[in-house]
Every structure is written in structure tokens, then in C-alpha cells.
Design a protein around this ligand. Structure first.
Ligand SMILES: [Zn+2]
Length: 68
């Protein structure tokens, strides 16, 4: 469950990211070129109260560095 940063309301999760007009969506990656390490297609959570959106990935085990 994700909580809105603005109003602490429970957010609706699982929305897909789409780029209007292109239809390819976006991917989160690290590095550039052919060595880019694709991590995961991001998902979106939306606050039903104020419209705040939050990007997140579901497969955090694919990220091996930069853990906080
Ligand atoms: Zn909110």
C-alpha cells in the first residue's frame, strides 16, 4: 500500500505508464547504449483524493545497487 505524500490518503496502485501518441510506454534503466541495464517497467500509483501520482517498480530484486 502506498500513501500519498500530499494528503496521506491511500493511493490506487497498478496503473501502467503510457506515452501519449507513441504507445511504447517507458522503461527505467541504468547506463546508456547497448550496455544499459533494464530494470523494470514502472507502474503508477494515483491518489484518488488530490491526483498526486507516484512512479514505482514492482521487481526490486532486479536492482542490485544503490539500495537505500
Ligand atoms: Zn493525495
Amino acid at each position: 500500500m502506498r500513501i500519498c505524500r500530499q494528503c496521506q490518503c491511500e493511493m490506487l496502485e497498478g496503473f501502467d505508464v503510457k506515452v501519449e501518441g507513441a504507445g511504447y510506454g517507458i522503461k527505467i534503466s541504468k547506463g546508456t547504449g547497448i550496455f544499459a541495464n533494464r530494470i523494470e517497467k514502472p507502474k503508477v500509483a494515483i491518489c484518488p483524493k488530490c491526483g498526486e501520482i507516484s512512479l514505482y517498480v514492482e521487481s526490486l530484486d532486479k536492482i542490485t545497487e544503490d539500495k537505500c
